[in-house]
Ligand binder design. Structure first.
Ligand code: DAH
Length: 341
């Protein structure tokens, strides 16, 4: 068959052909106009023909191309494109952005940022410290007795045992208090957020790592009344303006006096339910007046300065606000969980 005859027969086909679906149209397009299709082959041969024949054959080729394109366009109007018909499989573009790329803030980030906002309004800044910490910042400077159980391998992950300079994954963010008091000028009003580690079996109620936010205020004349007012303000901002708090006497080596703060149970409103175990109160944080020994350890004169500190678990607050009853959900990165926030 000569070149002209091949063009004519394809032109006749293009005029007659009935494309009955998007798939058929796509197949036809590939056969004629595709990279290895008839059209390209014809153009290759077209390059080789005598110059005096080029005008005629060229016109015929263009006529064919237009006829094929019109047919395909017609099919597209009738059936949509093949990509739409088969969900893009026919022409899969790996570089195209995924439709559902809008991310979600992690619930713990949402809570942490809310804590920053609330304390930021009353002048608290943010301090940072390392997750791998030495014994002095973690325990000794915080007034822990040498035989305190937190110094035991059973409770703490030690990274390296090296005589007195034991190095561990920090068990609490109170270590950042020490760094801040040593480094920052007074007065100090700061939050120390971060991940902490404990040697616990992982379950719905305990995890080997979780998140805390520590608070510290050191100045002349800071009193327990200041601590109470600041924590009441926080509880009302975080859990609602009607929230009540109570401070129960407690013990921490680094505060004296020490207390634990409860809020009236947000679920039963104080009547008693499963969450508050029938007491009407749920514990939120530990707090107290910075022990004079701790101030001294950081080079601050406890006769001139005083301070308060508090520490809370971010997961605990997220549990209360979002009713998440399995701690593991926070670190499994299951999109079905994360997409809810
Ligand atoms: N560090 C304590 C813990 O991990 C929490 C805490 C209690 C921090 C009392 C404080 C505080 O600053 O004053 O359980």
């Amino acid at each position: 068959m000569s070149l002209k005859e091949r063009i004519d027969s394809l032109l006749e086909e293009a005029r007659k052909i009935k494309l009955a679906s998007a798939e058929e149209s796509e197949k036809y397009r590939i056969r004629i106009l595709g990279k290895k299709g008839e059209m390209n082959e014809l153009f290759e041969e077209f390059k080789k023909i005598q110059p005096e024949m080029k005008k005629n054959i060229g016109q015929a080729l263009n006529e064919l191309k237009t006829a094929v394109q019109e047919k395909i366009q017609q099919a597209k109007n009738d059936f949509g494109s093949a990509q739409q018909a088969d969900n893009g499989q026919a022409d899969f573009d790996m570089s195209r952005p995924v439709e559902d790329t809008v991310g979600h803030r992690h619930p713990l980030s949402l809570i942490r940022e809310e804590i920053y906002r609330i304390f930021g309004k009353i002048g608290f800044d943010i301090s940072d410290g390392p997750e791998i910490e030495d014994d002095w910042h973690l325990f000794t400077a915080l007034n822990f007795a040498p035989e305190h159980p937190a110094r035991d391998m059973q409770d703490t992950f030690f990274v390296e045992k090296n005589g007195l300079n034991d190095v561990a994954l920090r068990t609490h963010t109170s270590s950042v208090q020490i760094r801040t008091m040593k480094e920052k000028p007074l007065p100090i009003r700061t939050l120390c957020p971060g991940r902490v580690y404990r040697n616990e079996a992982v379950s719905a109620r305990a995890h080997c790592f979780f998140h805390q936010v520590e608070g510290l205020y050191v100045d002349k004349g800071v009193s327990y009344a200041d601590l109470r007012e600041v924590l009441l303000y926080f509880a009302k901002e975080m859990f609602g303006s009607k929230t009540e708090i109570r401070l129960r006497p407690s013990y921490f080596p680094f505060t004296e006096p020490s207390a634990e703060m409860d809020i009236a149970c947000s679920i039963c409103g104080g009547k008693g339910c499963q969450l508050c175990k029938g007491t009407g109160w749920v514990e939120i944080l530990g707090c107290g007046m910075v022990d004079p020994n701790v101030l001294e350890n950081c080079g601050i004169d406890p006769h001139t300065y005083s301070g308060f500190a508090f520490g809370m678990g971010v997961e605990r607050i997220a549990n209360l606000l979002y009713r998440v009853n399995d701690l593991r959900l926070f670190s499994e990165n299951d999109r079905r969980f994360l997409a809810q926030f």
